[in-house]
Structures are given as structure tokens and as C-alpha cells.
Design a protein around this ligand. Structure first.
Ligand code: SF4
Length: 292
């Protein structure tokens, strides 16, 4: 079995009580059966509190949308009492995403977490993938891994303007960015935070990368490719990476251009789009008539 991860992955550390957008607020947290079984066996006040706080396999959020175990200091009472082993799979794994192949597991850090955004943008170029272990991939997987390596290298080829790299990515995979009412499409997607509606108002695609920000958008493009490329839909998922990079660029160009605002836009885009299977599928649906 081979494990693959970005070289910066081991540096990740949760901001805990210093996080401004704590992932224990506003998200419904499902509890996996193994952890539920563990919680069922807990006695005493904490056991009672667990049973009162769980309904239909998930934590019931408080009226203020906070997880019932997130205390006023921004810390998790379960971790404080038992350590990280007491967490359910989702809490333990967040903000990691995983891709599974026949003999390989790949992991990355999702940008809905502000610590992950900060870590990505602090990386020197090029970002490398690290692998551990051996694998026996299928022939199709081998082709896909080789193609993806080319695409990730192209995305980070600093001798070309980023706009040209994105155009080449599309032509290499057989895609184009179709003419659509992209603003209307994004506005029609399901919403996590109503404030996202206002952010989307200036959206226009295709969009230029704002001058002086190529390095940051290169990393964003790398992230979207690594996160979304799938062997069975290379053209569509490459186009999704390009659309996503340009969508963030378009919103960023319309307002104050600071590192803090770019980081916040990336976090919002990830939370609103990437963490909704429905929204990602809708966008892929708009792109899937590309020749594959
Ligand atoms: S969003 Fe990231 S930094 Fe914030 S609490 Fe969650 S994992 Fe930690």
C-alpha cells in the first residue's frame, strides 16, 4: 500500500481556540458507529451528557449553532476529558480529505480550514507530493498518476503566465471553459452562509489573475487539481480546478487585494462549494459536456 501526501502536510496543526471559523460551529457532525459504540458505554456525568447531545447519529447543535462539546474557551470538552482518541472519525480527520485507489491512499488538507489555507500559501514553489510504501496500481491508475504529475508540474511552471498554464491544462485534457452564466450558476447553488450571496455579486468568468498574485493563485490551482482530479473525469475535474481558481480570482479582483482577504475568500469558496457534494456535482454538470 502506498500513502501519498503533500510535503507540507505534517506541518498542519489546528488553531483550536485561536480559530476564527471553528469547524465545530455550523456543521452537522455525524458520529461513526464505532465511536457511537464507545460513547454508549460511557458512564457518569459525561456519559449522560453524551446521550443528551446525540440524536439520530449526530451531535445536536446548540441554538447558537455550536457543537454541544465546544466550550466557551473554544476547546472541545471531549478532547479535554479523554484526548483526541475520544473523537469520532469526522472530528478526528477534519480538515483532511482522502482519495482511495486500488493500492494507494492519498490525503490532503481542505481549504475550509483557515490553518490549511495559511499553510498552503506559505509553501515555497513547487509543492511536492511525498509517497511512502509500495503499490501495485492498475494500468489505468498508472496512466492517471503519470498524467496528473504532468498537470501538477504544468500548473507550477513559473516560466509561463498562469493564464497560459490554465489554457494548456484544459487543452491537454481536452477541455474548454464553456460560455455560461457563471454568476447565475454560482448564485443558484445551495448556501452555507447567507453572506456568500453578497460575495458572489461581482463574479465574472473567464477571469484574469490579478497582477502580482500569480504565486498565490498557482498554489490555489495546484490545490484544486490535487483535490479534484479523478481518473474517470479528467477533463471535467481539470475544468473544475480552472473554474474554481478563476472564480476566486474574479471575486478577489473586485475588492481589497490583501493576503487576509484572499485567504478568507479561499476558505469561503471551499466551505461553500467543496464541502457540498451537491454544489460540486452541479458545477461538474455544467462542465461535463467537455470532450473527455
Ligand atoms: S477550522 Fe481548522 S484550525 Fe479551525 S478548529 Fe477546525 S481544524 Fe482547527
Amino acid at each position: 500500500m502506498k500513502y501519498v501526501y503533500p510535503a507540507f502536510y505534517p506541518e498542519f496543526s489546528c488553531l483550536a481556540d485561536r480559530c476564527r471559523h471553528n469547524c465545530c460551529i455550523g456543521w452537522e457532525i455525524d458520529i461513526d458507529p464505532e465511536t457511537q459504540n464507545l460513547y454508549d458505554q460511557v458512564d457518569g456525568p459525561l456519559g449522560n451528557r453524551l446521550r443528551e447531545s446525540i440524536c439520530d447519529g449526530h451531535f445536536v447543535l446548540r441554538a447558537d449553532d455550536r457543537c454541544p462539546f465546544l466550550n466557551d474557551r473554544g476547546l472541545c470538552d471531549l478532547i479535554t476529558a479523554w484526548g483526541e482518541d475520544a473523537l469520532c472519525d469526522i472530528c478526528h480527520d477534519h480538515p483532511r480529505f482522502r482519495h482511495f485507489f486500488s493500492d494507494r491512499e492519498e490525503v490532503g488538507l481542505g481549504l475550509c480550514c483557515e490553518a490549511a489555507v495559511d499553510l498552503l500559501f506559505r509553501q515555497p514553489s513547487p509543492i511536492e507530493l511525498v509517497s511512502m510504501g509500495e503499490e501495485t496500481p492498475t494500468a489505468e491508475e498508472e496512466d492517471f498518476f503519470a498524467l496528473r504529475e504532468r498537470l501538477l508540474a504544468l500548473a507550477q511552471n513559473g516560466s509561463l503566465p498562469l493564464a497560459k498554464r490554465m489554457a494548456r491544462l484544459l487543452s491537454l485534457t481536452g477541455g474548454t471553459l464553456p460560455a455560461r452564466d457563471w454568476r447565475g450558476i454560482f448564485l443558484s447553488l445551495e448556501r452555507l452562509d447567507d453572506g456568500w450571496t453578497n460575495e458572489l455579486q461581482p463574479l465574472t468568468l473567464p477571469a484574469d489573475i490579478p497582477a502580482g498574485w500569480e504565486d498565490a493563485f498557482e498554489k490555489l490551482l495546484w490545490y484544486f487539481l490535487y483535490r479534484h482530479l479523478r481518473p474517470e473525469a479528467v477533463a471535467t475535474t481539470t475544468a473544475l480546478a480552472v473554474v474554481s481558481t478563476q472564480a476566486v480570482a474574479s471575486l478577489f479582483a473586485a475588492g481589497e487585494q490583501t493576503p487576509e482577504r484572499l485567504a478568507e475568500l479561499c476558505r469561503q469558496y471551499s466551505a461553500e462549494i467543496e464541502y457540498s457534494d451537491e454544489n460540486t456535482a452541479r458545477l461538474e454538470g455544467e462542465l461535463c459536456d467537455l470532450p473527455c
